[in-house]
Design a protein around this ligand. Structure first.
Ligand SMILES: [Zn+2]
Ligand SMILES: [Zn+2]
Ligand SMILES: [Zn+2]
Length: 776
């Protein structure tokens, strides 16, 4: 090509564009369009220089955006014309190392369509090979051990490529060009079935067949996957599911289910718009779906629950097992409750000893625990309940006007429940995968490992560390330790401020918002347990403009596990010492305990003050007779929501509300207190009059949406953020949105970051960075 007659452009693309087959993809298009130039992996993404006929260059740019590989995510793309140089062909250049930040690293990707086809093609050399993958799919972050991202820095390094694999790996036009996870039966990981003593009882295809037989006959199998072990059992067998519940000591918490295909999901669940897309996406999360009335699933999968967490096979091993089984299986994380997922064979044998009958393992090490992500659709888009496999380590971008003031990298250690950690550097934030509740050493270890991960991924050392305001959180102590060791400032961030800012940062909001932060509990500025808060919020500060009428929780933390205690507290506040015991049977164990609790309330001992919306949900769950003692976090709120949804289906358009008057006190005339007591009175009336509890639950949700609308109208700030664990509730989120939008407010909810405490670290990092800046 003659340099003079050609157009040359330099294209910079940022986002998830490494480890997803982006370079071979561009290479193929460039060759097809007769263009020359090169592509290279760089600091923040890829750089392309392309030369040829102006029209062809334009077509290349169009196609990059229109049909980019499934796992890729283009965040920014800039194009500028540069002088032609006349290269002879289009090439893929080796990545320039040194100082390369591996920000563009991809999350683990579900097996792509091409690989599934090969998997079941008897003529293919990878026929029925459980670890086939290519540049478009396979493990990524869960196998990375260092930077830069190449095979030597992954847990695949010990598997030396055979000749056939090497040829593919080195051919730019091949789907496996630089596919670091590639392998074949000749050179890759192998499958084995272990008994509980760690003795190999079968290998390869035989291990697979035997696993299926064990599941079919009601056995429990621990299966090593991409990011850890899962425990599998036949989801259609009540007996098998109950056995798993007994062994896992998990009474009610729903189990996730893996289905053989989208068709089998349709036979069990109703699919709303967007849900099939999530299920079949490269992220392949668990999606919470509404269950049909009659299904083949055992009741014990999700007792009394109209929803089910469904997913599709996302590794070749899953595809092989599920096609053979042909029926749904329970696939639940192999761990003790709320701990990180187990990744190592020996650890699995130790932790899952009394649970699994056999272990289906392989010899590729897992570099870090990576649980399944969990997503739920609301009418206004997806809500990520758990952010892990498929979504981490995608970065989150801060708005320019906020990022320009950030002076250095900030590490944030999150909260206590559903812990994640975050590292902010410039305009980017990396939020770790879901790690678990920080009440055990296992989780603490995983948190420390995740902090190391973030640092080497971003290649920065924090210049400050942020934590929750709560003095007793394990995460707070961890932050204090790190601030001391590195001699850097420690910033303590109020829990609900962090919730609101997490949403603002993720959605790129600037300016002031009204943050509605509703959750179980977070340490308030006054030392009480906040949780039903309205905060006038900027990145730098927040002002409490409204909150629930405070009440005392007898027994403190214990109350969070016993909705009947919250109900007693709420009734005590509403009806006084005498009236609160109405309906509590005397002479029963609970009756006696309730008497004691009332005495505690009267004397204000061991009864911390709270404004928690989560506890108000608990109280309603108990009053409606839906849940008295919870066996998992969030259970009570979940059953109230489901009851409310039932009514919104049958009594369409039912919009009546209970009154929650807003009152002010002289000492704080601009702070409203949402007095829920009239609502509780009327609710008790409704119950007495035998009004259907689903209708009461629905009315309760409506009343809360109305409350949000009323507060927003008084505060008068146009942008309203809905955040905190309570907004995992889609009925509440949807009703609040409708109410606010009808009054002209702009409603902002989370998109990629959980509204629950899994998003706290993001907010903490941004607030600390903003507060620490000097000038402006
Ligand atoms: Zn593939
Ligand atoms: Zn090979
Ligand atoms: Zn929270």
């Amino acid at each position: 090509m003659i340099a003079g007659s050609a157009t040359r452009a330099q294209v910079k693309i940022e986002g998830t564009v490494q480890g997803v087959g982006f370079r071979p993809f561009v290479f193929r298009i460039a060759r097809e369009l007769d263009l020359t130039g090169w592509i290279v992996n760089g600091t923040d993404g890829v750089t392309i220089e392309v030369e040829g006929a102006a029209e062809a260059v334009g077509r290349l740019l169009e196609r990059i955006q229109a049909v980019c590989p499934p796992g890729a995510k283009i965040e920014r793309m800039s194009v500028r014309p540069i002088p032609a140089v006349g290269d002879s062909e289009f090439t893929i250049q080796p990545a320039c190392e040194g100082g390369t930040k591996q920000l563009a690293m991809a999350p683990d990707l579900a097996t792509c369509v091409d690989c599934v086809e090969e998997l079941f093609d008897p003529l293919d050399r990878r026929f029925r090979y459980p670890w086939l993958s290519c540049t478009q799919c396979g493990p990524r972050f869960s196998m990375v051990t260092g930077v830069p991202y190449d095979r030597a820095n992954t847990t695949m390094s010990r598997f030396v490529l055979c000749e056939a694999c090497r040829v593919e790996y080195e051919a730019p036009e091949n789907r496996r060009f630089h596919a670091e996870s590639t392998a074949c039966p000749a050179c890759g990981p192998k499958l084995a079935l272990w008994d509980v003593d760690g003795q190999v009882s079968a290998e390869g295809e035989e291990a697979l067949q035997r696993t299926c037989r064990i599941i079919r006959t009601g056995g429990i199998v621990a299966v090593k996957g991409i990011g850890g072990f899962h425990v599998w059992v036949d989801a259609a067998s009540e007996e098998a599911v109950q056995l798993l519940r007994a062994r896992k000591r998990r009474a009610h918490k729903p189990f996730a289910v893996m289905f053989p295909s989208l068709e089998t999901i349709r036979m069990t669940c109703t699919l709303l718009p967007g849900e099939a897309e999530w299920l079949t996406s490269p992220e392949a999360p668990i999606v919470i779906l509404q269950r049909l009335e009659q299904t083949s699933l055992a009741q014990g999968v999700a007792p009394g629950n109209p929803t089910v967490g469904a997913m599709l096979p996302y590794t070749p091993l899953h595809h092989l097992l599920m096609r053979k089984l042909g029926t749904p299986v329970v696939s639940t994380s192999g761990n003790r409750s709320e701990e990180p997922i187990v990744t190592d064979e020996q650890e699995a044998r130790r932790q899952l000893a009394g649970i699994a009958d056999v272990f289906l393992i392989h010899d590729r090490a897992i570099a870090r625990p990576m649980d399944d992500s969990v997503v739920r659709m609301s009418r206004s888009g997806p809500i990520v309940l758990r952010r892990a496999r498929g979504l981490v380590p995608r970065t989150i971008r801060l708005p320019e006007s906020v990022a320009c003031h950030v002076e250095g990298p900030v590490l944030a250690v999150g909260g206590h429940l559903k812990n994640t950690v975050a590292l902010l550097d410039g305009d980017r934030i990396l939020l770790s995968q879901h790690l678990g509740d920080l009440s055990t050493l296992e989780t603490e270890y995983a948190v420390r490992q995740a902090i190391d991960d973030l640092q080497w991924l971003l290649r920065v050392k924090p210049y400050a560390v942020a934590c929750d305001l709560h003095p007793d959180y394990r995460s707070t102590r961890l932050a204090e330790e790190m601030a001391g060791r590195w001699d850097i400032p420690l910033v303590r961030v109020q829990h609900h401020h962090a919730h609101v800012v997490a949403c603002m940062a993720e959605r790129g909001v600037t300016g002031e918002v009204l943050g509605v932060a509703w959750d179980g509990a977070g340490y308030g500025e006054d030392g009480s347990l906040w949780g039903g808060e309205f905060l006038l919020t900027t990145y730098r500060e927040s002002q409490r403009v409204a909150h629930l009428h405070p009440f005392r929780l007898p027994g403190g933390e214990q109350a969070a596990r016993e909705p009947r205690r919250a109900a007693l507290a709420v009734r005590w506040e509403t009806f006084g010492a005498q009236g609160c015991l109405a309906g509590v049977e005397e002479g029963t164990e609970w009756g006696e305990q309730a008497q004691l609790l009332v005495a505690m309330l009267a004397k204000q001992i061991q009864s911390p003050v709270t404004t928690s919306m989560g506890r108000l949900f608990d109280a309603v769950a108990s009053m409606l007779g839906l849940c008295q003692v919870a066996s998992f976090e969030g259970q009570a709120a979940m059953v109230v929501e489901q009851e409310g949804i039932r009514a919104s289906v049958s009594v369409h358009g039912e919009g009546d509300t209970y009154p929650i008057p807003l009152i002010t006190r002289d000492e704080a005339p601009r702070r409203w207190i949402a007095d829920w007591r009239p609502m509780i009175e009327l609710m008790a009336d409704d119950l007495r009059h035998g009004i259907e509890r689903s209708r009461i639950a629905h009315r309760f949700h409506h009343s809360l949406a109305e409350l949000i609308g009323q507060v927003a109208e008084r505060v008068g700030v146009r942008q309203v953020v809905l955040t905190g664990g309570c907004f995992q509730n889609v009925l509440l989120a949807d009703l609040a949105r409708v109410r606010l939008e009808s009054a002209g407010f702009v409603v902002l909810t989370h998109r990629e970051v959980p509204p629950n405490d899994g998003g706290l670290a993001l907010g903490q990092a941004v607030i600390a960075a903003t507060q620490l800046r000097t000038g402006c």
